[in-house]
Write a protein of this length. Sequence first.
Length: 112
Amino acid sequence: MASTKQPQPVPDVLETELTAHAHLCMPEDSRKRASRRLAIARGHVESIIRMLDDPHVYCVDVLRQIKAVQGALSGAGEVVLRGHLEAHVATAHERGDANEIIEELMEALKYT
């Protein structure tokens, strides 16, 4: 007899992460500052793409723009990290989730 069991949907990773810490929200100031920096990075990326459409583009000019994008992304990451440290890590002991918050942050920083 064939099984009629329906396959279970795989949860979306982002959705899982969002629901796991629904009580912890990114501070508004950090969110706005990071968004501005990412908008700058987006502008640089769009500029690089336009540059690459030019068959006479100079490699070093492209590399400079790539470094600018990396700087903007790094700055956005620093803003987010500082906001997280100030709003969530510093208060984790009071909430009773210090170990979880530390492990989560260590896992996230493995990719930097």
